[in-house]
Ligand binder design. Structure first.
Ligand code: SAH
Ligand code: SF4
Length: 346
């Protein structure tokens, strides 16, 4: 860890005060701010419109903590996985998912994850640390540059579905959303941002109170406490009754219909009985359901349910008037699909 504070954890007013205290002109703060946020300089020396003495002083007092692209892999379906290196050498992954006019960036919020979901590769990595808000911001910026370079398109959507549990890095995740939606930093509409959570009930309620206007996805994967606890240990302390209450609170407070993510796994959660359990859960509040194709991982021997099972499952939900999308997996050949991110670099 550098002992110097990260400049992007300082507000414009903080930088102004620091400048004045250190004998520099206050208006320089705007120039510095523009360069570190909008232009994404990676060193203070790249701020070429301020005096050299100020660049040196910034160097002594602050660090930028810029995320670097370390490696890139392109899938046959156009999905691009990016391995990012953080200021302390730690690694996280992000993904660019092109789909017609949609360009989605999938970003990480923690190095590893402390929750041990049995079906997820990240769950088998220890949680090493939370990402700083600007480290999430940097992933978006770097993935955006790849979208422009490779597909000549801007990013249209951001999903917090990479490594880590966003709601267990609450403050930094919320700040990253504020940075991404701040027109002086990025300026994306919050409607284009989705936070995905394994279901930390207390934090779902807190997020509802923030008035951020982002979308929320709940990784459900089973609508029966015993079955959910077997694959998601977090369910022991955040069970379905509590989750339902939190989601009702979310809808009441934000008016935003959440998505339930359900990955259909053979011999685990793919039978008619389980579809009916999901109907019961989903009927408790307005929501839509994404049925996701399960991506096999090397750490566990779950299999994806076959196409007929998934279609039958979807049909049951539809018969009960639920909104259902069946999602094909993307970037499987390069381990970039949901749940496959495990910091593999070969
Ligand atoms: N920690 C958060 C966000 C990251 S995981 C969460 O759990 O929601 C992003 C999504 O990928 C979640 O919906 C997660 O349940 C899903 N996922 C994890 N492993 C998967 C796998 N092997 N196949 C398909 N989806 C998976
Ligand atoms: Fe963590 Fe989400 Fe993976 Fe569960 S599914 S281990 S919460 S990243």
């Amino acid at each position: 860890m550098p002992t110097k504070p990260f400049i992007r954890n300082s507000s414009l007013a903080d930088i102004q005060s620091w400048l004045v205290e250190n004998g520099f002109q206050k208006f320089r703060a705007q120039q510095i701010f523009e360069k570190i946020w909008k232009q994404g300089v990676q060193t203070f020396n790249q701020i070429n419109n301020i005096p050299i003495a100020l660049r040196e002083a910034l160097n002594v007092h602050f660090s930028i903590g810029a995320v670097q692209e370390k490696m890139r892999q392109v899938s046959t379906d156009g999905t691009i996985k990016v391995i990012f290196e953080l200021h302390d050498g730690k690694i996280v992954e992000g993904v660019l998912i092109p789909a017609g006019t949609r360009m989605t960036a999938c970003v990480s919020s923690q190095v590893g994850c402390s929750l041990d979901c049995k079906f997820c590769a990240t769950g088998y990595l220890p949680r090493e640390r939370n990402l700083e808000s600007f480290e999430i911001f940097d992933q978006v910026k770097l993935i955006h540059q790849i979208a422009l370079e490779k597909y000549d398109q801007k990013l249209s959507n951001i999903v917090y579905m990479g490594m880590g549990e966003p709601l267990l890095n609450y403050k930094n995740v919320v700040n990253s959303v504020k940075q991404l939606t701040d027109e002086h930093k990025w300026g994306l509409s919050p409607k284009r941002i989705t936070l995905s959570t394994s279901g930390i009930t207390k934090m779902i309620k807190k997020l509802a109170d923030e008035d951020l206007n982002v979308n929320l996805a709940l990784s459900l994967h089973a609508a029966n406490d015993e079955k959910r606890s077997a694959i998601m240990p977090i369910n022991d302390s955040n069970n379905l009754t509590d989750l339902s209450a939190a989601m009702q609170y979310w809808v009441g407070k934000t008016g935003i219909r959440p998505t339930l993510e359900y990955c259909v796994i053979a011999d685990t959660n793919a039978e008619e009985e389980e579809a009916i359990e999901l109907v019961k859960f989903a009927k408790q509040f307005p929501c839509k359901i994404n049925l996701i194709e399960y991506n096999p991982i090397s750490f566990a021997d779950f299999d994806k349910a076959n196409v007929e099972k998934i279609e039958n499952f979807a049909a049951i939900l539809q018969r009960h008037n639920l909104i259902v999308n069946v999602r094909r997996s993307r970037g499987k050949d390069i381990d970039a699909a949901c749940g496959q991110l495990a910091g593999k670099q070969d």
